[in-house]
Design a protein around this ligand. Structure first.
Ligand code: SF4
Ligand code: SF4
Length: 318
């Protein structure tokens, strides 16, 4: 196992360590120095020895760089993050689920491998496995190991030695336990985030909305933009790439088109973000709380306006 991964990330360069939350930004010249140290079979440069000791408490002095640091190459695509729905199947039925399909289906193991290599070549460093329920996919362990071996950092269970990040989903059925949930999260996870605004399924089915906990709806946060489709993307179980998990229009068939298809994704994302459809002509969009893909899902689900839209019960434009 590599002790550290050096990788381009957007227009920057970072060094990260699997299982550790602390990483470091480095200038291009240091990234180049690491690449050269691998090629020339030199030991880990002194600056990284010092930084690794300080950040992670490990001693890399005298270690051969090529076996210690995985230096990921620069790619022509600028993606650093992706989410991958490894399958659509699930083992139980969360009331707040935003995914629409439940049938267990996805790529073969060989195609999964091909997809993971494509994600690596697209520059993806941070990969999140999702589903359905990802851990019940028969290829989950294999795919996890493959992604890990390719230098992608992924979230996994604390027992596996990787810091766990928890999402606390607050619904009307567990809102009374929110303090206990926070205590549990603090005990078991490195960090956690609370989600209390329940959204429809991405294809506009309203069922999850019934789980909204009264009093937990956050109406204060204004949508400030999102780099979906530009800095990250989502891949579904069949290898179709979309701007994110919610915005799924005009999917790019990665398995058929290869990475060239991703070049179209930024324009697809820009078009999907336009305040069109039920948001056309909205005069309150500057203070809107949701992006257009999410607004579309709410509108298709015929969600109550006061759960997502600034027009509340007033003059919503349809
Ligand atoms: S749902 Fe909206 S905010 Fe979330 S990732 Fe997609 S575009 Fe961005
Ligand atoms: S305020 Fe309502 S109508 Fe306006 S952009 Fe937001 S969701 Fe759409």
């Amino acid at each position: 196992m590599y002790q550290a991964i050096a990788s381009p990330q957007g227009d920057k360069f970072i060094v990260a360590r699997p299982g550790a939350r602390k990483g470091m930004h480095i200038p291009h010249i240091m990234y180049k120095e690491l690449s050269d140290a691998v090629a020339d079979r030199q030991t880990v440069p002194g600056w990284l020895v010092d930084a690794a000791r300080q950040a992670w408490g490990i001693d890399l002095a005298g270690c051969p760089t090529e076996r210690t640091v995985l230096v990921r190459p620069l790619t022509s695509l600028n993606y650093s993050r992706a989410t991958w729905e490894i399958n659509k199947g699930c083992n139980f039925n969360c009331e707040h689920r935003y995914l629409a399909e439940r049938k267990f289906e996805g790529l073969s193991r060989e195609e999964k491998d091909r997809l993971l290599f494509m994600l690596r070549d697209a520059g993806v460093l941070w990969l999140q496995f999702t589903g359905g329920e990802p851990t019940i996919d028969r290829d989950f362990a294999h795919s996890y190991r493959t992604a890990y071996g390719l230098g992608m950092l992924i979230k996994a269970a604390k027992e596996a030695g990787v810091p766990l990040e928890l999402a606390l989903i607050v619904t009307k059925h567990n809102a009374h336990e929110v303090e206990a949930m926070r205590d549990l999260a603090e005990e078991y996870a490195y960090t956690y985030t609370e989600y209390a605004n329940i959204s429809p399924t991405y294809d506009g089915k309203p069922e999850p909305l019934a789980a909204q906990a009264p009093g937990f709806l956050d109406k204060s946060t204004v949508f400030k933009g999102c780099p979906a489709g530009h800095a990250f993307f989502h891949v579904d179980p069949h290898g179709f790439a979309t701007m994110c998990k919610v915005g799924r229009e005009n999917p790019v068939n990665l398995m058929a088109e290869g990475l060239d298809g991703l070049l179209r994704l930024p324009a697809i994302a820009d078009a999907e973000m336009l305040r069109s459809g039920g948001c056309s002509g909205c005069r309150l969009s500057a203070t809107c709380r949701v992006c257009r893909p999410l607004a579309k899902a709410y509108q298709e689900a015929k969600a109550p306006l006061n759960t997502y839209c600034q027009h509340g019960n007033g003059d919503h434009i349809t």
